[in-house]
Design a protein around this ligand. Structure first.
Ligand SMILES: Cc1cc2nc3c(=O)[nH]c(=O)nc-3n(C[C@H](O)[C@H](O)[C@H](O)COP(=O)(O)O)c2cc1C
Length: 394
């Protein structure tokens, strides 16, 4: 008998060994957060899965904590935001971990800070599905989740456990929303401040999601004044050790007049919040959009939002004389995008849509490129660059 002949048994063994090899290689690439593997092999497969299912799988995978990229934040990325020290200025924006399930996993992926939520006081299901849409050709997403939330009680318990698990290692933002059918919107935010202050490093008053009827009108001068003064009073009523910085998240669709009104409110002593997050998703649809899903109702995020949000960061920085810290968010896919937001006036940045398109390696890519850009432009720290290009972006 010819010893080189491939018998059915030998053939089966060969297939098994090859499959095992491919599976091991893929697992190593996934866990080590290999950029090329994610971009060329893994993310194209993920895009075959409906977006909300893919989102749930992503949260579950991050929660398992198996993905551990090999990148140490260099000293140049270490920075200050409010009174917090961040090992790098790139955070994960609200909306990825709405229910506070994957805080420690997100921290391990290398995000400099993690914002969970939006969380509403009572649990609520959000809008009917489908409610998330990929705009692949535009590197964008339209979502109309509508604050699907497990509610304060459940999210609080999860975050308490996360604090036990990864302690003070993680810089944790908690983004607060209101229930769709609430008759006391301001009361909902006050409840959020009282409930989560002891767990959070900062809190966000989100009045800019386009998917809860009437929410964005809370950015109007008189309502905003009542809201912020009540929220700040609630904070003052807490023990001193539990008082946390409070930020307000703004919509990119505000007119210049609206933005100036918001700034006038937050400059008032009674309403002096600690920072602004610029920006949420937009209801505008730039004519350049190519994707079939561009007409879906909801908030648009990703590349088409990038310039608009950077311009708003610059306006807010200029009109507040750089005195109110800004977190810049909207369409950050690269170190250059992050650098632009910083030059426009952001002290730190966040991303979400780029994570949907590129997976976990995006955090490292943005950080590595930002590190290079800071060095190439002669900056010794992120703080040195904040607002240095503001006029260019107006
Ligand atoms: C699917 C999805 C859900 C979101 N949910 C929230 C949310 O619950 N609360 C919030 O403040 N922002 C939410 N956002 C907005 C993001 O935090 C961010 O402001 C916006 O997407 C712009 O950043 P990006 O272009 O990097 O995604 C959501 C965004 C997306 C894409």
């Amino acid at each position: 008998m010819n010893p080189n002949r491939v018998t059915p048994n030998k053939f089966r063994s060969l297939i098994k060994i090859t499959s095992l090899g491919v599976a091991t290689f893929s697992a190593v690439c996934l866990c080590r957060s290999n950029e090329k593997f994610y971009d060329r092999m893994f993310m194209p497969i993920v895009r075959l899965i409906p977006p909300e299912t893919a989102h749930r799988i992503a949260v579950f995978s991050v929660k398992l904590g198996l993905i551990r990229p090999s990148y140490q934040d260099p000293g140049i990325l270490r920075t200050k935001l409010l009174d917090m020290t961040l090992s790098n200025p790139v955070g994960i924006a609200a909306g990825f971990d709405k229910q506070g399930e994957a805080v420690c996993g997100l921290n391990r992926l290398g995000f400099g800070f993690v914002e969970v939520g939006s969380v509403t006081p009572k649990p609520q299901p959000g809008n009917p599905r489908p409610r998330v849409f990929r705009l692949n050709e535009d590197k964008a997403i339209v979502n109309r989740y509508g604050f699907n939330s497990d509610g304060h009680k459940v999210v609080y318990e999860r975050l308490r456990k996360a604090r036990e698990e990864c302690g003070d290692e993680v810089v944790l933002g908690i983004n607060l929303g209101k229930n769709k059918l609430s008759t006391d919107a301001i009361g909902d935010y006050v409840k959020g401040v009282k409930k989560f202050s002891c767990l959070a490093d900062y809190l966000v008053i989100n009045i800019s999601s386009p998917n809860t009827p009437g929410l964005r009108s809370m950015q109007n001068k008189s309502t905003l004044h009542m809201l912020l003064s009540d929220v700040l009073k609630a904070r003052s009523s807490l023990p001193e050790t539990d008082r946390r910085p409070i930020l307000v998240k703004l919509a990119p669709d505000l007119s210049d007049e609206d933005v100036q009104e918001v700034i006038a409110v937050v400059k008032d002593k009674e309403c002096a919040v600690d920072g602004l997050i610029v920006s949420n998703t937009t209801i505008e649809r730039p004519p350049s959009l190519k994707s079939i899903n561009a007409g879906q109702l909801g908030g648009l995020s990703g590349v088409p939002l990038s310039q608009r949000s950077t311009q708003l960061v610059a306006k807010v920085y200029k009109w507040t004389d750089g005195k109110i810290p800004i977190i810049g968010v909207g369409g950050i896919f690269s170190g250059q995008d992050a650098f632009d937001k910083i030059l426009a006036g952001a002290s730190a940045v966040q991303l979400y849509t780029a994570f949907i398109y590129h997976g976990p390696p995006i955090a490292i890519r943005v950080k590595r490129e930002l590190e290079q850009l800071l060095q190439d432009n002669g900056y010794e720290s992120v703080q040195q660059a904040v607002g240095k290009g503001v006029d260019h972006f107006l």
